[in-house]
Design a protein around this ligand. Structure first.
Ligand code: CDP
Length: 218
């Protein structure tokens, strides 16, 4: 049987993984899973239950997660950025979510973005991309995503605040003992600092084509 095409996209917060993953999946007609939403949904359940994810095990909440939870519109908020990163550092939570992620791509392959897709979830993914951008570019993009009032007087200070929050989360994600944020040895890096979303997509499509051609000619 032909092996399903799995594309693993990892990288730090707000580097452009989600935008690329969504567009790549559409271009290649593959299912797309934003795995960050799984950890966000667990973090959300903890916060809603009044449990502190820094001190309380989240495995019970993780077991209750279904794909429908990812549709909630209150997952991408600053409170949940932190809660997600805290539950994501718990070994039991990660173990519970492994099968959800692997099963997602079983039938038709898929594009998955996160922190450990190329290293832990799909170590034999067809293509592994590691998406980066400078701290400044990531903070500016995340700020713009939050659709702020463009005339806010202390714009620079607010963006600096976002940068500090992203940095704190990246440090936590990269230094945790279990499945830390890191590029797989065989990942192709794309630094998106000076690239438009279209350029990043074109580059990723080139990498995927090259890889699938190589596999064909083997
Ligand atoms: O969108 P953004 O890059 O800000 O974050 P996200 O992808 O939604 O992930 C939220 C948090 O979930 C991260 O800070 C990680 O702690 C965790 N995460 C993870 O540990 N492993 C993944 N595969 C995806 C996310």
């Amino acid at each position: 049987m032909k092996k399903a095409l799995v594309i693993a996209i990892d990288g730090p917060a707000a580097a452009g993984k989600g935008t690329l993953a969504r567009r790549l999946a559409a271009a290649l007609d593959l299912p797309y899973l934003d795995t960050g939403l799984l950890y966000r949904a667990v973090g959300r359940r903890m916060v809603d239950a009044g449990l502190d994810p820094a001190t309380h095990p989240a495995d019970e909440q993780a077991r209750r997660i279904m794909l429908a939870d990812l549709e909630r519109d209150d997952l991408r908020v600053p409170e949940i950025d932190r809660a997600a990163s805290l539950v994501a550092a718990q070994k039991a939570v990660r173990a519970i979510l492994v099968d959800t992620q692997r099963n997602f791509a079983v039938a038709r392959g898929g594009v998955l973005d996160g922190r450990d897709i190329g290293t832990v979830i799909f170590p034999d993914a067809t293509v592994k991309l590691f998406i980066t951008a400078s701290a400044e570019a990531r903070a500016r993009r995340r700020w713009e995503q939050m659709a702020p009032d463009p005339d806010v007087p202390d714009r620079a200070a607010r963006i600096a605040e976002v940068a500090a929050q992203l940095q704190a989360r990246d440090d936590a994600d990269a230094s945790r003992a279990v499945a830390p944020l890191r590029a797989a040895d065989d990942a192709v890096w794309i630094d998106t600092d000076d690239m438009t979303a279209d350029e990043v997509l074109d580059e990723a499509l080139r990498i995927v084509r090259r890889r699938t051609e190589d596999l064909k000619t083997g």
